[in-house]
Write a new protein. Sequence first.
Lengths: 366, 221
Amino acid sequence: MSKLIRSVVALSALGAGVQAASAQTPAGRDAGLRTLLARAESLAAGIAREDSVAREAQHRERLATRFDAGAVTVILPASVGDATGRRFVEGAARILDSAGVIPASFIATRIVVAYAADGVDSLVRAARLDKRVRIGADISAAPDTLADGLLAADVLAQSFRGTLDPEWRKWLPSDMGMGWNMRIEGAEAVRQLMAGETRVGALCLGGSAAGCRLWLGLDRGAMPYQAAEIRKLLTARWPGNRGVASQCVGGSDDACETLVRDSLLIPPIPPVPAGAASRGSFLRAVRRLHGDGALRVALADTAGPVGDRLARASHVSEDSLVTEWRSWLLTGGGQPRVTADLRDAVPAALAAALLLLAAARTGRWR
Amino acid sequence: MYRQVLRSQWLALRLPVVLLAVLGFALPLLTVTYGGALENAPSETVAQWLFASQKIGVLIPGLALLVGLLLGIGTWAPDHAGKHVYALSLPVPRATYVLLRFAAGVTLVAAPVLALGVGSAVAVLSVKLPGGIHAYPMQLTLRFALACLVCFAIFFAISISTRRAALAVLGLLGGIVLADLVLAALSISGAASVSETVLYLLTNWPGPLAILMGRWALFDV
């Protein structure tokens, strides 16, 4: 914009100069014109110089800068700044580590590259990162995209999702459990379970392992909804229903089942009643209760339904696994229900005895 | 001798003991004020009820702290008032006297504990629980008893401690805060906060205050 304004000013100055010069004598007019031309040329050169400096500065700002934390490598424009970039990549590493879904060996084969970065090729060559797969990400210097490393973790998760078999891709929550947190997503999962929209959800809440399996969609081909529930959901969430949906609302149970089985109406009626936060909670529970390895082994497994894979990797039955998850979720992260056993009593009694001993050995009347 | 000490302590502390017992009886009953017929209630109602139960449960360790504070400090109130002349005039070693005071104090602590037990039993009998939800009156009462014992012992010891001991504790707390300030001033990255570490050690098993943490819900999954 400033360039345009300057050009207009230069041309106006030239025009005004020519007009003024034409009113003078021929010799004086030539001299005046030359001076004005020289001024205009000097101004144009100045503008070009400033443009070049601005381009250079912009290039410097966009220059690709590498940040590493653990196995995570992110390339960001230099304008992001060292501290912010480091915080961003460390945040991404923390989120990935906390989710425990993606193996470090996979992360180490990828580089997250901000679209806004310039000179990525030369940086990648110089750092000998040519063999890594680049994943583009819309990371700008805007504080909201750099607030934590969620954006980088998310693009890595989506890249990993692409390597999994269709059964996993269908079941895993869209965010792959990145950034799942008990206070927010955990509360949302509990809310979903307790919403009472489906009979299987109510059964699960009541303690039925079979209900939990159906609600979480762990068994291949199982029907988690009753026809009446599908009708109710359709009427409430998709009033202008057509085709198979209208047949279902009209009373055809087969049409209702077809809708769910063939995933024809995913937004109003998801094939798995448990939402992303709830499926994320199941992944988190498996990891917390059975270790990092269990989740990774299950994700590498391609035999049988998702529930079978997770149970096999955790070395427990599927029913035990969903029962553990239910308690873990409903007790806010596996804190045990109120207990009063020897494990609690011994430290309490010891502490009381030590304090009594201290009181007996020291006193105000000594 | 125990009887005399207990009697004197009861006379000095009967009002707080009765008040704490009433609170102990009332707290579990608060849970069931949200409703009792849950057998066939919609799951959302059960969920809200369960959350309310858990929220009320949070008050129980607070009550244990109050029991410890009032009875632990109150145990020594008559001695402090009489400048410890009565204790010094008794023909018993000091350690025995402290033990007697402690035993009498623990006996008084039993009153709010029993009241909480009775309140929990009444609350459990007044509800019909849906499948998957269980009541834990015995565990809750025992945990409350242990928490009261620890809190009572803490305030009992603080109340009789010498100025030197009080200064040592204050000095320790000051040292922890100072260490945190020094670490922050030196900007040592990766250095754990000393106060956070101490708090973690105290409130996590086998720390003495771990008994106050965890879940305290009378009704739970």
